[in-house]
Design a protein. Structure first.
Length: 467
């Protein structure tokens, strides 16, 4: 009997702990504590948190948020509002994510519009559609009664350094931000304008599984000796499989006698810069450089994060060996609050297999969404003078803040992040340091109806070939 009673007590205690961790509402005091905690941690970690928006201005935004708080607020709503507040800092690597509840529901429920949008000064338009009821060119006047003027305000949710990238993210992930704000599921009613006539139609929302699996990378060849290597992300890649793909791809490029290779980074929002470097030996690049200035800020939060995530218990006897590395000393042993200049010299690579090195025309295609590790690729490729960069100005500025320390807010459990490195890409000047990285040749990548038309325009612009 005593054993049964003890079991029930433990079970009840466990349920109470679980419910506390998964609470769906915060008191005003808890919300205020989480706001303060986010900014305290971010200030510790970040080299210059108020570089884009002054502390005084941010304090006004924080005060306005706090004044609007009622006696309680849902975690979902709190996450929305804190996300928008953090985005006012203007650092694409620093911010707060939507609640796990919203993100999980978005992944599992029917939440995605079966069409893509293009957003202009005139309004929101259908760019491409997967269903017959909606056609490219349709203007969206309202969704479930929410007018387009309100829908445009979803721009507060994408995290970005530059407005061009914020706009690109809103277009690219419009369904995500729509759900995060309004939690629409299953179906929506659209007010559209088609050929001058206003119409109302109901359409089903789709689940993620209905769109097929996202391909992180791919290769295909086009007519005229053109090859297209699409690298859609440098995040979460299995290196062995990725390296095998590159080996197979460049073998195919040689077999097909490709004369122009397009490396398409339009959809690449970053990840691990090393996955970009993996491509360089196949292009004959043996020396490269990312930055002309590179600094790391040391903090208590950073030390805790790296010890927890990268140093296992059985590695602690070797812990002092981190002193032999400047990066190790900076991350784990420097005084909290100190900022250290890091090495910005050339990186060197072993030459690739002579049979697979592609030595003909190469161009890198960019968009406003090309960011972070993908911007590293562009910077290093440009430094090596291996070919032309063509497309839109990148979403990454010439100078700013990169690399992230994650932390959790104590009451809401929201996941937050802050940059701990400052960088200046090679070629940064006082005039361009706050601007997006410019390609060698500008091309509006959204102006083409098909990828084939875009790629033909790229080749024509780079090689002067007429199709």
């Amino acid at each position: 009997m005593k054993k049964t009673t003890l079991f029930l007590q433990i079970l009840i205690l466990s349920l109470c702990v679980g419910m506390a961790h998964a609470q769906t509402y915060l008191t005003k005091a808890e919300a205020l504590e989480d706001i303060a905690y986010f900014f305290e941690q971010a200030e510790q970690i970040h080299p210059n948190l108020y570089a884009k928006t002054s502390r005084q201005e941010m304090e006004k935004y924080i005060h306005a948020f706090e004044e609007e708080l009622g006696e309680q607020i849902s975690v979902n709503d709190f996450s929305r509002r804190l996300c928008a507040l953090a985005n006012r800092l203007g650092d694409g690597h620093t911010g707060v994510s939507f609640s796990e509840s919203l993100r999980q529901r978005y992944r599992e429920e029917k939440t995605i519009l079966p069409f893509e949008v293009q957003i202009t000064d005139e309004g929101i338009f259908v760019k491409s559609s997967r269903i017959a009821a909606v056609s490219p060119g349709d203007r969206i006047l309202a969704i479930n009664g929410v007018p387009d003027t309100e829908l445009m305000k979803l721009i507060k949710y994408p995290s970005a350094d530059l407005e061009a990238m914020r706009h690109e993210q809103l277009q690219k992930f419009f369904s995500y931000y729509l759900f995060a704000e309004y939690e629409f599921t299953n179906e929506v009613e659209l007010n559209i304008l088609r050929a001058g006539e206003a119409q109302k139609i109901k359409i089903p929302l789709w689940a993620r599984t209905e769109f097929g699996e996202h391909q992180p990378y791919s290769y295909r060849s086009l007519d005229g000796g053109v090859g297209v290597l699409k690298l859609n992300t440098f995040s979460g890649l299995h290196r062995k499989e990725y390296k095998a793909f590159l080996e197979q791809t460049f073998a195919q490029i040689h077999q097909e006698n490709i004369s122009t290779l397009i490396i398409d980074l339009r959809d690449n929002g970053g990840g691990n810069s090393a996955r970009g470097i993996d491509v360089f030996p196949y292009l004959g690049i043996t020396k490269f450089r990312f930055h002309q200035k590179y600094q790391i800020k040391t903090s208590k939060a950073e030390k805790k994060y790296f010890r927890k995530h990268y140093i296992k218990w059985y590695m602690y006897p070797f812990y002092p060996f981190a002193l032999l590395s400047k990066t190790g000393r900076t991350l784990l042993f420097k005084k909290n609050g100190s900022i250290t200049d890091m090495d910005t010299s050339e990186g060197e690579l072993k030459p690739g297999s002579s049979a697979l090195v592609f030595d003909k025309e190469v161009c890198v295609l960019t968009s406003h969404y090309t960011f972070s590790a993908a911007a590293d690729f562009v910077a290093a490729f440009s430094y090596a003078k291996r070919g032309k960069v063509i497309g839109d100005v990148l979403g990454q500025p010439y100078s700013g803040f990169i690399d992230i320390i994650f932390f959790e807010l104590p009451n809401s459990g929201l996941r937050a992040r802050a940059s701990f490195k400052y960088y200046e890409f090679t070629g940064t000047t006082e005039a361009n340091k706050h601007e997006g990285i410019a390609p060698d040749l500008l091309l509006d990548v959204n102006a083409y109806e098909t990828e084939e038309a875009l790629y033909q325009a790229v080749v024509k612009k780079v090689t002067k070939v007429t199709f």
